[in-house]
Design a protein around this ligand. Structure first.
Ligand code: AQP
Length: 333
């Protein structure tokens, strides 16, 4: 039996290269060794107010983008989170095993509630519980994520262990898979800040940006007043970010990437990194993406088939959880 992977992405906008390098690239690399579920997490997305039509469109587009980026929809369970109600059911149960104090300490909750202080809703606070439910529902062994999700994953492990200590071995305790490079791609305009898909267009490289726009953004990337190309995220965040993007895009070490640019100027570094991103990420994804989005029937078939597969895998675990906590199961379903 292959081990299980669960991971997901919010359809809050079009993914950026950080989402790709920190998550999707690793999903691609791991897909043949694991039984994998890759989810479009629309339930998570509504913790920030979304336009309903845009959310629907972004969810379908993200599904198409997963496939365009290399995930095989026949080998992996690629589906929409709200299509399987096991996520919300388990989330409620797990919220009774999560503490206010630990949820209040989550960095993403603090960041997002200060960024959206007009709408600090309970969903934003409970976000990590839903994420724990996503993972534990399928007995996932491995969760490939970028660095910003590490804290949430640790909480999912704590909840699983806490639940198991009371009711026996119900949940698999998941491990995080955080890549050695590319786990935290920074904004090109402000390399002290993480690149985010819901940030301003100028601060991120969207996977659907035109190649010319990508090159322009790289040429404008903020660097520093020195001339030496050296990897040192503390004192040279802009240059280090460009080296990290280059190394992760080509699958080479940071040392090798740095050596390639020995004696070069910042201009050459920016255009070479931009070109690598266009050749290795932007062009291959975009060449498949536009055909996929035109084929709505195909995408609908995938949504249907894969939501059923997710249910098949999740329902037995959900049933065990319900029995464990003392619900009457089996007489009405
Ligand atoms: N800058 C990043 N570098 C590396 N990995 C990243 N991830 C996100 N940003 C970077 C990883 O992408 C996966 C999906 O992220 P998400 O959609 O669940 O939400 P997020 O982490 O909040 O990503 P964004 O781009 O910042 O989205 P918004 O703007 O909607 O909040 C995760 O594995 C994440 O670690």
């Amino acid at each position: 039996m292959k081990k299980i992977i669960f991971s997901g992405m919010q359809p809050t906008s079009v993914p950026q290269i950080g989402n790709y390098l920190g998550a999707i690239k690793n999903w691609n690399a791991l897909q043949s060794q694991y039984n994998s579920l890759y989810c479009v997490v629309d339930l998570h997305a509504i913790t920030i107010r979304q336009d309903p039509n845009e959310l629907r469109q972004n969810s379908l587009n993200l599904l198409a983008l997963y496939i365009a980026a290399g995930l095989d929809p026949d080998e992996n369970i690629i589906y929409i989170q709200s299509h399987y109600n096991g996520h919300t059911e388990l989330s409620w149960i797990l919220s009774c095993f999560a503490y206010m104090g630990e949820l209040g300490r989550m960095t993403q909750y603090k960041d997002k509630s200060s960024k959206h202080n007009e709408n600090v809703n309970a969903g934003l606070f409970n976000y990590p519980v839903l994420m724990a439910a996503d993972i534990l529902l399928f007995g996932a062994h491995l969760v490939p994520v970028g660095d910003d999700q590490k804290q949430h994953l640790e909480l999912a492990r704590d909840i699983a262990i806490r639940f198991n200590n009371v009711y026996g071995d119900i949940f698999t305790v998941p491990e995080a898979y955080i890549p050695k490079s590319g786990a935290r791609i920074m904004s090109l305009a402000n390399p002290e800040k993480k690149m985010s898909k819901s940030d301003e267009a100028a601060n991120q490289i969207s996977l659907l940006d035109a190649p010319e726009a990508v090159m322009k953004k790289f040429k404008r990337a903020v660097t520093d007043s020195e001339t030496e190309i050296r990897y040192d995220p503390e004192s040279k965040p802009g240059i280090s970010n460009l080296l990290e993007i280059y190394a992760t895009t080509l699958g080479i070490s940071i040392d090798k990437a740095t050596a390639e640019f020995a004696g070069s100027g910042y201009g050459h570094l920016k255009t070479t990194v931009g070109q690598a991103v266009v050749d290795e990420i932007i062009n291959p994804i975009q060449s498949k993406y536009s055909d996929l989005t035109k084929n709505k029937d195909y995408l609908h078939q995938i949504m249907q088939k894969n939501a059923a597969k997710a249910k098949e895998l999740g329902d037995p675990i959900l049933r065990k959880v319900k029995e464990a906590v003392g619900f009457i199961v089996g007489c009405v379903d």
